[in-house]
Ligand binder design. Structure first.
Ligand SMILES: [Zn+2]
Ligand SMILES: [Zn+2]
Ligand SMILES: [Zn+2]
Length: 127
């Protein structure tokens, strides 16, 4: 039974420090992901972001991860299962090397999908 509700997760992009980890503007610049609070509020259930492996950093860059928005944690569907298209890696099929810059179009980089989506492979559900 997965507990449903809101959960505070530490900001992976800045490691909870609330500062821009790369100091692109200034070493004291506020983290753009959490606004300096060092954490973000997400809705359960959550899982570590598969695409950036929980780092919050977009693979191959110094930008925030497009899948988790830099938090390092993503909101996932209830009873989520590994994405059948990327095998849970969160990476596009043709770009599955460790620092692939492209996320899987099926799970959008989360590495998991809802069971209903997995039962209809090839069908895209865009809302
Ligand atoms: Zn932050
Ligand atoms: Zn991510
Ligand atoms: Zn996928």
């Amino acid at each position: 039974m997965i507990e449903v509700g809101w959960v505070e997760v530490p900001c992976a992009f800045c490691g909870g420090a609330g500062r821009d980890p790369f100091g692109l503007m200034s070493p004291l610049a506020t983290c753009q992901v959490c606004g300096g609070t060092g954490q973000r509020i997400l809705h359960r259930p959550t899982a570590p972001c598969a695409f950036c492996r929980g780092t919050g950093v977009h693979p191959g860059s110094r930008n925030t991860c497009t899948t988790c928005d830099g938090i390092g944690t993503v909101e996932i569907p209830a009873q989520a299962i590994p994405c059948p298209h990327c095998g849970g890696s969160g990476r596009a099929a043709d770009y599955r090397w460790p620092d692939s810059p492209l996320s899987c179009a099926c799970c959008r980089g989360k590495g998991v999908v809802s069971p209903s989506k997995a039962q209809t492979p090839g069908v895209q559900h865009d809302h």
